[in-house]
Ligand binder design. Structure first.
Ligand code: AP5
Length: 242
């Protein structure tokens, strides 16, 4: 989908003129946060910050953080808050985040949410024009989540996300964009998915409630075509920014 193809629920074209500020994409494993973040990046020209991708990058590079994270992620548990917060703090210092960013998979615990809220509050005191955060939670039922997780395939080169059910590659197992062999994430087995869901319900569902209570929060039905979900998120963000 190109930038100009995203329309809101009233059929209006959404454009880069919207200054999005910080946006949180919340939701269970496989709900479509990464897929939607990539759509919003094209639309708004602000970066996607996926803590899962950053951690997998550390694993691939064999950093100290990657060594710690690898086993934890393989079990479907959450990486300790202090490590994740530090990693996010470093990423948020990059100049491309100045006009806004899409956080995908963070915050994931109330400790991370508290840290992030404090950081934004401190920034708001320094910058009069700092945009408040808006949070969008994507919802999909359990059966659909499991189907999405076990059907997901990823390109290790360009990070494109495919699905054998809903978005198959044109040539089986080969990325349409760069011809690389597609892979499956180590944590995308049914067994690890169940553990990831347990962690989500125990630790991340309260974060969703935290942002619901703060306002500037919307829920979008993720069980629709990708462009329809994207339009729903755009409409929600525009309304919440008013
Ligand atoms: P992370 O990588 O963040 O995984 P997740 O939150 O479990 O989410 P996923 O990436 O699995 O799914 P998604 O919602 O992005 O869905 P996607 O768009 O790919 O985290 C992995 C691990 O890292 C964690 O378990 C933890 O250990 C650690 N970690 C990460 N962040 C952390 C944090 N903050 N604190 C502590 N630990 C942390 O879509 C899924 C599939 O569905 C794709 O195949 C896609 O093509 C398909 N799909 C998407 N949208 C649609 C649609 N509308 N219709 C049909 N199919 C669709």
């Amino acid at each position: 989908m190109s930038n100009t193809e995203v329309k809101d629920g009233m059929g209006r074209e959404a454009g880069k003129k919207t200054c999005p500020g910080p946006i949180l994409l919340l939701g269970a494993p496989g709900v479509g946060k990464g897929t939607q973040a990539k759509e919003l990046v094209k639309l708004w020209g602000i970066p996607q910050i996926s803590t899962g991708d950053l951690l997998r990058g550390n694993v691939a590079q064999g950093t100290e953080l990657g060594r710690v994270a690898k086993e934890i992620m393989g079990r479907g548990e959450l990486v300790p808050d202090t490590l994740v917060n530090e990693m996010v703090a470093v990423r948020l210092q990059q100049p491309d985040t100045a006009k806004g960013y899409i956080l995908d998979g963070f915050p994931r615990t109330l400790v991370q949410a508290g840290w992030f809220d404090d950081r934004l509050a401190a920034q708001g005191q320094k910058q009069a024009n700092a945009m408040p955060v808006v949070a969008v939670s994507i919802k999909v039922d359990y059966t659909q989540l499991l189907r999405r997780i076990t059907g997901r395939r990823n390109c290790p080169v360009c990070q494109s996300i495919y699905n054998v059910h809903s978005k198959p590659a044109q040539r089986d197992g080969i990325c349409d964009l760069d011809g690389a062999g597609l892979g499956q994430r180590a944590d995308d087995s049914e067994k690890v998915f169940e553990e990831r869901m347990r962690a989500y319900e125990a630790l991340t569902a309260p974060v969703v409630e935290h942002y619901r209570a703060l306002g500037r929060f919307a829920v979008v039905d993720g069980d629709q075509p990708v462009d329809v979900v994207a339009a729903g998120i755009v409409t929600a963000v525009e309304l919440l920014r008013k």
